[in-house]
Design a protein around this ligand. Sequence first.
Ligand code: GN1
Ligand code: MG
Length: 359
Amino acid sequence: METLRDIVLNFKVDGEIADVKPLGEGLINDTFKVYVKNDDAPKYVLQRVNNAIFQDVELLQDNIEKVTNHIRKKLTDKNVDDIERKVLRFLRTKDDKKFYFDGEKYWRMMVFIPESFTYQAVTPEYSFTAGLAFGEFQSMLSDIDATLGETIPSFHNIELRLNQLKEAVEKDAVGRVKEVQYYIDEIEKRAEAMCLGERLHREGKLPKRICHCDTKVNNMLFDKDGNVLCVIDLDTVMPSFIFSDFGDFLRSAANTGAEDDKNLDNVDFNMEIFKAFTKGYLEGTKSFLLPVEKENLPYAAKLFPYMQTVRFLADYINGDTYYKIQYPEHNLVRTKAQWKLFECAEKKESEMREFIMSC
Ligand code: GN1
Ligand code: MG
């Protein structure tokens, strides 16, 4: 079997490889820091791609290359300094491929961005910065002429997610439907309203744009002064409604509790975080955002806790086949916490609407 070091040597690396060590705690891919001789800081990042989830690695790496090339060109044209810390640079293999397949697993490499930091939670100040950064990310990609594929087909399509829940309920594989009937009914009551985005798209009123689709605060790198360097974790970059990036950020950042909080009193939707993020996001997207997109941002803020409830609940009913769980009820606890967040967002919808219209 090849060692991690052997795997690294399949890529076009500079310098003599000194060490390869685990990096971070990602739930999807396995990530490593790669050190070269005579350098204390890591020089590269090696990742094993989870191809159970990302089944078309060719398409995945192709998307990422198109996106990073486009952003690098934009930054170069604007004469931005320090470009190598503001966009990821992937390495090709020695036979000029975008990833290395060892016969079983898929690997890719990128350059490590020096002196960069990640955060797990946001203050209103960072929330504004995050809104601006994700808005500018979408903005830079708004004129990409390359076609990108869906790395997870219909990833944020709520109609598909509701169908998956329905199938799970029909199968009732592990006999859990009875205990969760309340949530199934509550979800059903809102189903039609929550499918608004897909309807607007079919009517030709709502475009798909290139979105990040995993806009968590820990998917941004900051410098030591708190400025955003760049957006990372580009696996889910694909065409979607802009609602994905707006709504999914708030789903994690505006929640005053944890995604899997057992104490539902901890869970609320924080309007300070919402306002700061929205200000930044509207600033970053002003060059392209359509009225239909802006008007429906409160819908986006509800859609993501709703969709996540549907996904956690379906997984619970299916007997926990998708999300890693730490204890048997974990997906049920997650379902309840996301539903509470949804209800809080629902109550604050008119306040959100007023704020957006005042911006
Ligand atoms: C998964 O593992 P993580 O946090 O990157 C999921 C997201 C969910 C999230 C819920 C590819 O993301 O869509 O919102 O869990 N990613 C995928 O915690 O399914
Ligand atoms: Mg991720």
